[in-house]
Design a protein around this ligand. Sequence first.
Ligand code: FES
Length: 203
Amino acid sequence: MKLINSIFQRIGRLLGISRPAAPPVEVIVVEASSEEESKTEMPEFTERRRFLNQVSIGLSGLLGIVLATPVLGFVFGPRRDEIETVWRPIGALDDFPIGRTVRATFLDPSPLPWAGYAAQSAAYVRQESEGQFIALSVYCTHVGCPIWWTEESQIFMCPCHGGSFFRDGAVAGGPPRLPLERYEIRVRDGQVEILARPQPLPT
Ligand code: FES
């Protein structure tokens, strides 16, 4: 075949016929497909995916701990009827003028280590006459919302569903059916103390 080609080339040269120049070679650059790219980036991609998996597992575990803490506290915490009541100081006698309803705060009888601010409890305390006190829970007996005292109307109001109580804790209106819980009060050496106990869960 080579021989025939060279013969034709010679004949062509003799006859002055030259072979047309070969067309320029077109260089086509083929870019790597995304699949090929992903193959070349596979180690980095796998590393990133492993890192994200570990982060998501860590966050899931953290979320689980956060959600489980109150449940564990409820299950393993002390039962209400196992907790002893404790006398807690709530202020000097002068802090409770006769005829005034005063909000007093005190430490819960069994503060849990993680309770923080929630370890603080409160009561509305009123000295009706000299040495005679009424102390009422600040929690509504409907579903436990904190109530507030309105001096002008001499009524405790509940913001949740419109419940209201008279100043002695009796129900004045709204959905609550039970009066406010009462606390015992005593005065020792000019200090007023409250018999703190766990707050009841409204039913
Ligand atoms: S919680 Fe007070 S009225 Fe419902």
